[in-house]
Design a protein around this ligand. Structure first.
Ligand SMILES: [Zn+2]
Length: 227
């Protein structure tokens, strides 16, 4: 995967795509899916969260762990005989499962069978591992001790997202190559961009450039050929 810098269109500010943690999704599961920037552009695709420490920091930023729990988790991962690479690989696998499922949701398609089954297995494991405090409303509570617990927490939140009121508000950014998901909380329900300062701005710059070129071409053809 290339991490080659791409020149910005004129007038486009620093992008959340360049940031280590971007929370444009408005939901932890969508922000988790968005931890890869430019998902739909193989030339620019870049994974923004690498390694156990980066995942712990991401979980704090996404509101899934407190800073104290993240530190404890990293200490436990360091002391654990099982390499944290296994847990980070499982997180990355879950993310790869979520992409086609969320794409299918946005495209109003049936979710792909293999990924759906992988999600089902993840849900069974997450519930098996979670505790169920004796209180109402009934709520599964994942642990916070291991990176695997972070995966289980994300799986349980995925179940909430895909069965709750937010389902019809999940969108995918229309920016070419972007592929980020977000919850459209706008009153009109017509949000198109992950960020109006990013893909929205690129689109405005693109349209402005196209109009300017068209005007230039019209003027050139009106002036006619040079003698
Ligand atoms: Zn975008």
């Amino acid at each position: 995967m290339s991490k080659q810098a791409v020149p910005r269109a004129p007038g486009v500010e620093a992008s959340p795509h360049d940031s280590g943690v971007s929370l444009v999704g408005g939901h932890p599961v969508l922000d988790f899916a968005n931890t890869v920037a430019w998902r739909l552009d193989p030339v620019r695709t870049v994974d923004r969260v690498r390694g156990a420490g980066a995942w712990a920091r991401w979980a704090v930023a996404a509101g899934l762990l407190t800073a104290g729990r993240a530190e404890a988790l990293l200490r436990a991962e360091t002391a654990d005989s099982t390499p944290s690479d296994t847990a980070t690989a499982a997180l990355i696998d879950l993310r790869a499962v979520l992409w086609p499922v969320l794409d299918a949701l946005v495209d109003d398609q049936e979710p792909p069978a293999a990924e759906w089954e992988a999600l089902r297995r993840n849900m069974v494991l997450a519930r098996e591992d979670a505790v169920l405090p004796p209180a109402f409303p009934l709520r599964w509570q994942p642990g916070t001790d291991r990176l695997d617990d972070l995966r289980h927490a994300l799986v349980l939140r995925t179940e909430d997202l895909l069965s709750g009121d937010g389902l019809c508000r999940v969108r995918r950014c229309e920016g070419p190559g972007c592929g980020w998901f977000f919850l459209d909380r706008s009153r009109s329900g017509t949000r198109r961009w992950c960020s109006s300062q990013d893909c929205g701005n690129r689109d405005r710059a693109r349209r402005h450039y196209s109009r300017t070129r068209q005007r230039g071409a019209s003027r050139a053809s009106a002036a006619g050929p040079h003698p």
